[in-house]
Design a protein around this ligand. Structure first.
Ligand SMILES: C[S@@+](CC[C@H](N)C(=O)[O-])C[C@H]1O[C@@H](n2cnc3c(N)ncnc32)[C@H](O)[C@@H]1O
Length: 246
């Protein structure tokens, strides 16, 4: 098991992540490796990972699962797209299971940590996915759920910032400009999930206690933007919900 640095949500960390994001397309190993290590350090502030069984929902090529295993966790990576899972080097990631986030192929209460990064905005029914994550987590276990919210500057992914004029319009503009459909197609593989919607979901949970609702990439002093109706939709960027299963 690797020992990782203590997690510090300071401005330097936010700048580091933002700068690395520019390399997402050209050097995905660098960007996702860095983000995964950062995320695992953040997750470790909520729960012990050494020996824990963690499911990565929509884990794709497995960058997060790798970082989780480096922290001593045992991992299962559930994704519905074998192509995404093989994207890194043609092989399926360790512990890969083909399945849907909307109907997780896992027994109720069977995992210590249910983790998901940037998947919720890609499913047509985000509440069902979130409830599935709570279902498979054991009592006392942790749910870490993070997603890019629709009105964030990156809400439309590669069609941003034109999504502010409407998701379909942004997709049409992208196609005209680049001569191909965007990878993330509004209404097919990308959906408008707001901050308010999932905050409301998390707060009304009977089966889990909401421990934190924060802007995932922001410095600690900016965490309260999530409390500002309207403003939070734009400035939160990526909402992180952390819940403890009752
Ligand atoms: C933007 S990628 C994120 C991958 C990884 N979690 C990360 O942050 O690097 C979204 C992933 O969600 C997966 N996905 C989308 N809809 C899904 C569903 N209904 N069930 C399981 N996985 C899904 C996609 O195949 C893809 O791997």
């Amino acid at each position: 098991m690797e020992t990782h640095e203590a997690f510090r949500a300071d401005l330097a960390r936010s700048v580091r992540l933002l700068s690395a994001f520019r390399l997402e397309q050209s050097d995905p190993d660098y960007f996702y490796g860095l983000l995964a290590r950062d995320t695992v350090a953040q997750l470790s502030t909520y729960t012990e990972l050494d020996g824990a069984l963690v499911v990565d929902v929509g884990g794709g090529p497995g960058y997060f699962a790798d970082a989780l295993r480096s922290a001593g966790a045992r991992t299962v990576c559930v994704d519905c797209d074998a192509g995404e899972m093989r994207m890194r080097d043609g092989a399926m990631p360790e512990g890969a299971v083909l399945g849907s986030a909307l109907r997780l192929p896992l027994v109720t209460g069977s995992v210590d940590v249910c983790f998901s990064s940037n998947v919720l905005e890609h499913v047509p029914d985000p509440v069902t996915m979130a409830e599935e994550m709570v279902r498979v987590t054991r009592p006392g276990g942790l749910v870490y759920l993070s997603y890019t919210s629709w009105y964030s500057p990156w809400g439309g992914h590669e069609t941003s910032p034109w999504h502010y004029l409407g998701g379909h319009r942004a997709a049409r503009r992208y196609e005209r400009r680049y001569g191909k459909r965007p990878k993330n197609v509004y209404g097919e593989s990308m959906y408008a999930v707001t901050v308010s919607r999932m905050l409301a979901w998390a707060r009304r949970q009977d089966g889990a206690e909401l421990l934190d609702a924060i802007p995932r990439y922001h410095p600690r002093w900016a965490r309260h933007v999530v409390r500002l109706p309207g403003v939070r939709e734009v400035v939160t960027w990526n909402l992180l919900l952390v819940l403890r299963r009752r």
